[in-house]
Design a protein around this ligand. Structure first.
Ligand SMILES: Cc1cc2nc3c(=O)[nH]c(=O)nc-3n(C[C@H](O)[C@H](O)[C@H](O)COP(=O)(O)OP(=O)(O)OC[C@H]3O[C@@H](n4cnc5c(N)ncnc54)[C@H](O)[C@@H]3O)c2cc1C
Length: 548
């Protein structure tokens, strides 16, 4: 196995960070092997299938706790793992035509695929990488290898559901020859099947105490209900040997960034995440066990600077290199072996948010992507290009906004605190169509996931599942609370480093004519969701021409 080079130690949350700490930054090899051993099974007696089964990898780029892979293995004599490099993933976003996948996420995906291929090879398989649409590739492979089933993980949003439908239709066109002893009359069993498996959430959809159509519209109700009525399934143990693979001469190679039509972008500041399951497992080990940070998560999670204020699991969760059930089991192991406290619980609390947004996407379907959101709110939004570009490029003149947007462009990551702040600023201060922000996040985020991204944007824009319609983040207040020394803004806007700490977060020169910089001092709000009176003091009132 190849592991990335060790990076220099990083000093978390320090304004002096100037090097790129790779995430994860520890030695991966031994830890990863040990983790694989812990979550694997050498009991191979359960394999009693026949023929070939295909595993269609999608956003589940892992070997551990991968039910589709284990089911395929159990139901066949040979498993064919396939990843389709779908050109639609490298097209443009729906409304505003931004790149659908930016170069940093594409690079992360490439690393995920290379790692998956290695991990499958270590278990006697390989990964067939094909360029093209799954609905063309999979039926053709099923025909060539006479595969009885294509196993894959179920997705929930429209683009992914459409591909599932097309693959299913494509498989229906494939007629398999009857195996010896089987009746020759054609029936549905003569076509390869598409078997979709739920595997993206911590709580399994089938274990919910309600149907998705009656999912509670308020998170707390959802959380309390699942916590009291459901259990989390244990990780599926992966056989140590998954071979033999079907006889294939050319398994294809993992694409280069140029083959995806993109140009390499180097991360030269902030955090660089390494894609793949090995890196994901290593990060869990680093955050929970080596640095022992789980016990303080609740107190640090609102940070913005450095690798360790939060888990940083999200890019691996989104690509499926990391299973949320695995995190759950590791939290429980930590609670048993070290300690259980508010912080150990709070990681699970956040993962329930992630589950919630995924289940909401099933309930609300496409309305998640519509301007009015699930609540069908009628509002007028501006699509002012100058304002949007100032936000996108980190040129608003508001250091906290600009620093966060620069971090996003430079690394593909932004803290949860930062995301809430820039979302509020775009939609509530600038009055810009929230979908422009959501689509820009879709381009840039390493952890982009349609459910969490559009779920959070609709929530922040007041068109989604937020019982409070008036959630507003006052930028000066947020700066004072979460970057009191101006360390974060000075890291991303080095021109501010020379200023005294208490001056760094003052809005500077605004690069957009319309924006009048906020003044400190007359904000009366408190807490995370700063009040409507604070909003009135912000420049919203001065921007009526641009408002809904
Ligand atoms: C406008 C906006 C857009 C967002 N877009 C995405 C997205 O595309 N993909 C994504 O994974 N998250 C998204 N989030 C949620 C959240 O910001 C990130 O999950 C989090 O910052 C990732 O960092 P972390 O792994 O260190 O999180 P931690 O604080 O360590 O939390 C642990 C895990 O809990 C989950 N989680 C935490 N907060 C949330 C949340 N609010 N919603 C859903 N899951 C959560 C994530 O899987 C995260 O990895 C968005 C939030 C906002 C406000």
């Amino acid at each position: 196995m190849n592991f990335p080079p060790r990076s220099k130690p990083s000093s978390a949350a320090s304004a002096t960070i100037s090097e790129v700490p790779d995430l994860p930054s520890n030695e991966m090899g031994k830890i990863v092997e040990q983790t694989f051993e812990r979550y694997s099974s050498s009991d191979e007696a359960k394999r009693n299938g026949s023929g070939v089964a295909i595993v269609w990898f999608r956003n589940d780029l892992r070997v551990l706790d991968n039910e589709a892979l284990v089911k395929a293995w159990a139901s066949s004599q040979a498993v064919l793992p396939v990843y389709c490099v779908d050109p639609r993933l490298f097209g443009t976003t729906h409304y505003f035509g931004f790149p659908k996948t930016g170069a940093l996420r594409a690079q992360f995906l490439i690393e995920c695929l290379a790692d998956l291929k290695r991990n499958l090879m270590n278990r006697g398989l390989n990964l067939l990488v094909q360029h093209g649409k799954p609905e063309e590739i999979l039926p053709s492979l099923a025909k060539t290898f006479e595969a009885h089933t294509v196993y894959a993980h179920k997705e929930t949003c429209s683009e992914e559901l459409n591909v599932e439908r097309l693959v299913r239709n494509g498989l229906r066109q494939v007629v398999l020859l009857p195996s010896p002893g089987q009746s020759t009359s054609l029936s549905s069993s003569n076509h390869p099947k598409l078997q979709l498996i739920w595997g993206s959430t911590m709580y399994h959809i089938e274990d919910l105490p309600f149907s998705t159509s009656s999912l509670p519209d308020v998170y707390t109700q959802f959380r309390k209900s699942v916590e009291s009525k459901c259990t989390i399934r244990i990780c599926i143990r992966t056989p140590t040997s998954l071979g033999p693979p079907p006889n294939i001469e050319d398994w294809g190679s993992v694409p280069s960034i140029n083959q995806l039509g993109l140009h390499e972008e180097k991360v030269s500041r902030g955090m660089r995440f390494i894609g793949g399951e090995a890196a994901a497992l290593s990060r869990v080990n680093e955050y929970f066990w080596k640095k022992d940070l789980l016990k303080v998560y609740k107190a640090t999670r609102n940070g913005m600077l450095g690798p360790d204020y939060s888990t940083k699991f999200s890019p691996w969760l989104a690509s499926g290199s990391l299973s949320p059930r695995f995190i759950y089991q590791e939290v429980k192991r930590y609670e048993k072996e070290r300690q259980a406290n508010d912080s150990t619980y709070w990681v699970l609390f956040e993962l329930i948010w992630r589950d919630y947004f995924r289940f909401l996407s099933v309930k609300y379907g496409n309305s998640l992507f519509h301007q009015g959101g699930p609540r069908k709110v009628e509002a007028r939004w501006s699509q002012d290009q100058t304002m949007f570009e100032a936000w996108r490029d980190g040129c608003t003149g508001y250091p906290l906004i600009d620093a966060n947007m620069k971090e996003l462009s430079a690394t593909g990551f932004m803290s949860n605190r930062g995301r809430q702040i820039v979302c509020s600023f775009l939609v509530r201060d600038m009055g810009i169509d929230w979908r422009m922000g959501a689509e820009w996040f879709e381009t840039c985020l390493l952890d982009y996931d349609p459910c969490s991204n559009y779920g959070n944007w609709t929530y922040g824009a007041g068109v989604g599942n937020d019982p409070r319609e008036d959630r507003y983040f006052s930028i000066p207040k947020q700066a004072k609370t979460y970057d009191p020394e101006g360390e974060y803004v000075a890291f991303w806007l080095p021109e501010l480093q020379a200023l005294p700490n208490d001056k760094r977060n003052f809005p500077g020169k605004s690069y957009i004519k319309q924006i009048v910089p906020l003044k400190f001092g007359n904000i009366t709000s408190s807490g995370d969701n700063d009040s409507a009176s604070a909003r009135r003091t912000a420049f919203r009132g001065k921007q009526r021409g641009h408002m809904r």
